[in-house]
Write a protein that binds this ligand. Structure first.
Ligand SMILES: Cc1ncc(COP(=O)(O)O)c(C=O)c1O
Length: 398
């Protein structure tokens, strides 16, 4: 009889990464079960409830028996709604149609399926470090030739475009950008996007634009998508979803928008993996995009207040310095004056202070010496967390 012990696990598994935030969350919950107060700033999920009209639409769809399989690319009405919304929000012309849209149970699985559709072993793939861990995990699993280019705190967490220029070539198959950015809150400027777009067209590569935080955006200017720039609609894959903007992390609903031929291939991966997304959840997605936008704007205003409170509080703590995030809901303070072992510091803050946050190195080598705080916590919790950090920091032996 074959036992499933370690030597039976596929060697390819060694190339997979994982999201450390879920492990910190598990430890934080253990401490809470022991009666400890913990402020959760470790995981990227809005603490708000999903807006009422979306929940209602899901319940109605459930009772209307939207409980069966759907097409693998998603329910046509949802795909059409996404196409209309995305074209309007991003000023894309010609507008997208449903054939450009592939729906998935979250942005994360659609990133996996898009990369699977694009990358052969040995293909050059570029991402920026620090980054959401899924890009490195999937591209390494697919045996792409992976290049991580550091983002610079000195440029408010944007890349050095001359360095990017020196690293792209005709061999580059795809790059992934993420603006607003997890874990730093950085936002690429229109000038950055124009320069990346020019490189993409000169070297003929695909840009995967992870825009899941496009509604968590605090600048007064309009959000700019690279897909809206001249010549980019046909070489951009937009990744987006409902988790962050609509506080729908647990519903598992995301999508990607791309040229039709690629959409067919990504759909084939959907078909081979999860088959389709829960039908009544897709119906709720239509309600999210067509219903009132007021809850999204309200949540964002609250995030902005929390950002201001957290970042100024972190900057008041001796040894920490933090840039002002322009989007997403993360603060990424520099703690190199305290330690280079960011994970040990994060663990100290949780175990001793009850403040759950992430070590920057969990997001790549360039994140070493930083912490990531998700400001999906109330102002009261943020104040308490800041007090706790100041209190327990002196006992840290880094
Ligand atoms: C940059 C980025 N992309 C994608 C995702 C995936 O979101 P979901 O799978 O919940 O749609 C996340 C979640 O944290 C993220 O931070």
């Amino acid at each position: 009889m074959l036992a499933v012990n370690e030597d039976r696990i596929a060697a390819a598994v060694q190339r997979l990464g994982s999201e450390n935030a879920f492990e910190i969350l598990a430890r934080a919950r253990q401490l809470e079960a022991q009666g400890r107060r913990v402020v959760h700033m470790e995981i990227g999920e809005p603490d708000f409830d999903t807006p009422e009209h979306i929940k209602k639409a899901a319940a109605e769809a459930l009772y209307d028996s939207h409980t069966h399989y759907t097409p693998s690319a998603g329910i046509p009405a949802l795909r059409a709604t996404i196409a209309e919304y995305a074209s309007r929000f991003r000023h894309i012309s010609p507008v997208y149609t449903m054939e450009n849209v592939v729906v998935a149970p979250g942005a994360k699985p659609v990133i996996w399926n898009v990369l699977s559709a694009l990358l052969d072993p040995g293909d050059d793939f570029i991402y920026f470090d620090p980054a959401y861990p899924a890009y490195a995990s999937c591209s390494s699993y697919l045996q792409a030739n992976v290049h991580a280019i550091p983002l610079l705190e000195s440029r408010n967490w944007r890349m050095d475009l001359d360095e990017l220029e020196s690293r792209v070539s005709d061999k580059t198959k795809a790059i992934v950008i993420n603006s607003p950015h997890n874990p730093t809150g950085g936002v690429l400027t229109k000038g950055d996007l124009e320069r990346i777009a020019e490189m993409a067209q000169r070297h003929d590569f695909v840009v995967i634009a992870d825009e899941i935080y496009s509604r968590n955006f605090y600048l007064d200017s309009d959000y700019v998508s690279i897909a809206a720039l001249d010549g980019m609609r046909e070489r951009t894959v937009i990744v987006d979803g409902f988790s962050k903007a609509y506080a729908m992390t647990g519903w598992r609903l995301g999508y990607a928008i791309m040229p039709e031929k690629l959409a067919k291939t990504v759909t084939l991966f959907n078909n081979n993996t999860f088959s389709c997304v829960t039908a009544f959840v897709q119906m709720a997605g239509i309600a999210a995009l067509t219903g009132t936008d007021e809850p999204v704007q309200r949540m964002n205003e609250t995030f902005r207040q929390r950002r201001d409170r957290l970042v100024s509080g972190l900057n008041d703590i001796h040894g920490m310095s933090c840039t002002l995030p322009e989007g997403a809901f993360y603060a990424f303070p520099n703690v190199t004056a305290i330690t280079s072992d960011d994970r040990a510091l994060a663990s100290h803050l949780l175990e001793v202070g009850g403040v759950a946050c992430g070590g920057g190195s969990s997001f790549g080598a360039a994140g070493k010496g930083y912490l990531r705080f998700s400001y999906a916590a109330s102002l009261e919790d943020i104040d308490w967390a800041l007090e706790q950090i100041a209190k327990v920091l002196p006992a840290f032996k880094g």
